[in-house]
Write a protein that binds this ligand. Sequence first.
Ligand SMILES: Nc1ncnc2c1ncn2[C@@H]1O[C@H](COP(=O)(O)OP(=O)(O)O)[C@@H](O)[C@H]1O
Ligand SMILES: [Mg+2]
Length: 247
Amino acid sequence: MSAPLLQTRDLQLAFGAVVVADQINFALHEGERLAVIGQNGAGKTTFINICTGLIRPDGGQVFFDGGEVTRLRPRAIARRGMVRSFQLPQLFTEHTVRDCLRLAAAGRQGTLGLWRALADVAPPREIDHVLQMVGLAERADELAGSLPEGQRKLLDIAMALLLKPRLLILDEPTSGVSTDEKHGLMATIMAALDEQKVTAIFVEHDVDIVSTYATRVAAWIAGKVAADGKPADVLADPLIRTQVIGE
Ligand SMILES: Nc1ncnc2c1ncn2[C@@H]1O[C@H](COP(=O)(O)OP(=O)(O)O)[C@@H](O)[C@H]1O
Ligand SMILES: [Mg+2]
């Protein structure tokens, strides 16, 4: 097998007396669709925060694409190709959908300066393409703040895709969206990731969504990866059924 795209070695972190990352050794390969499951407070978001440079671990290392990124800043890590979204989308709500995407593209290029108009720095064709991919073309001129939650999530993901990631980490992409809408939202996200050949990790609570879209599942319990493998195996594991899924 090829070298892992993302790898952690002995990641360790405690907040006071609470251990939230407990010797996490983890590897992800190009092309995987990994679902991360776990009860609230298990340390899923913290793991993402450590990998993407938002939080420094007490110990251990993170490697991405063969290089160590443990002490790099989030922007530097994003530039190397590891990009994340947030559970609550971080949008420019006072801007139009198209301007949010222009800002994201300009941020990537590092060319956003007061002396240049936003329209000049962001390639319009690329932005139109991303708008089509996530189904927001019709709403391009509306304010981001006016979008319903599902479309906010899609805009957030479109902004992340403009950073040209190799790995996109999605923290609860379907939270705050009705059960009926979840599948449509995930199908749109996954089609966009397939088209751009982006490897993905997504945190998800809905077992049905997990078994439909993941190629692999990792279950977090109290800062540890308690199970990691094929979705059918992990979701059938008695420990995971009682401790994580809550049956
Ligand atoms: N910045 C922080 N300072 C102190 N405690 C935190 C911080 N971030 C998270 N925690 C705690 O760490 C634990 C794991 O949180 P988190 O990673 O957000 O869990 P999950 O995403 O699995 O729900 C929780 O008990 C949470 O309250
Ligand atoms: Mg979380």
